[in-house]
Design a protein around this ligand. Structure first.
Ligand code: FPP
Length: 249
């Protein structure tokens, strides 16, 4: 039986975030160079999108490139940027056909012009779709995002648009790049690493964390469904006791 069949379809998380880790190790294990690992990783991105769509998830955020990834060897950074441009061009029809909407979060100004041009085109083309929303974190880091939000809030206080008393959890949410998107309930990280690596630090406050030793290029649709099943077995207490939760049900 597939894990898909055991998912309670009425209780799937609305938003799943993924740290796609292990492309380099996968390449080393297969005696190829790191770029080939990233290319293989694209197939797993397709699988995750298919699985999320089938499971009825509304938002899927994928960590495609962190601000720290700019420190990788130039050759790898350039190869990743070209891969992105090629993938965006090659996948547009398929994503559109499947009613997928795309959003990009991250430090846009640091991206090469070609990446901005192609991703903008794709975002515009898919903007009317109302199926799964894929949020691609590109040149993204949570600390960068939080600092930006703080600067914008400070500027709006200075301009008199808001007062310091208005600053609340909800207001802060609205200054983040994920404004109007519900927080992820589940965060999946592949490759056995157990860290958040500067990913959605504010938004993951109450997310369930799921770590699998599988390397990203080996991560299948079935692995995605297994993570959802695992999530559904957890008790999400949000600071309350089990007894309080039972009374509310
Ligand atoms: C982490 O593996 C992966 C990345 C930094 C890039 C992720 C990119 C892809 C999956 C391909 C392109 C994606 C899209 C959305 C088009 P790593 O290189 O850190 O692996 P390692 O830790 O084993 O070295």
């Amino acid at each position: 039986m597939s894990f898909f069949d055991t998912i309670d379809k009425a209780k799937v998380p609305q938003h799943v975030a993924v740290i796609m880790d292990g492309n380099g190790r996968w390449a080393a294990q297969h005696g190829t160079d790191r770029i080939f690992g990233h290319q293989q990783g694209v197939e797993s991105v397709r699988n995750a999108i298919k699985a999320a769509t089938r499971a009825g998830i509304k938002y899927l955020t994928i960590y495609a490139f962190s601000t720290e990834n700019w420190n990788r060897p130039r050759f790898e950074v350039e190869a990743l940027m070209s891969l992105l441009v090629n993938v965006v061009k090659a996948e547009a029809d398929e994503l559109d056909k499947n009613n997928v909407c795309l959003k990009i979060i991250g430090d846009r100004d640091s991206l090469p012009k070609k990446v901005i041009k192609e991703t903008d085109k794709m975002v515009a083309r898919l903007s009317k779709n109302n199926g799964l929303t894929v949020i691609m974190a590109l040149s993204y880091s949570a600390r960068w995002e939080i600092i930006n939000a703080v600067k914008s809030i400070a500027a709006d206080v200075k301009k008199g648009k808001i007062s310091t008393e208005d600053i609340s959890h909800e207001l802060f949410d609205s200054y983040l790049s994920t404004a109007n998107i519900p927080d992820p309930e589940l965060m999946i990280r592949t490759s056995g690493e157990r860290r958040l690596s500067n990913f959605l630090l504010w938004q993951l406050a109450y997310a369930e964390l799921y770590f699998t030793p599988k390397l990203w290029p080996d991560f299948t649709e079935e692995d995605f469904f297994e993570a959802i099943c695992n999530f559904q077995q957890r008790e999400r207490r949000f600071g309350m006791t089990s007894e309080q939760l039972k009374k509310r049900m």
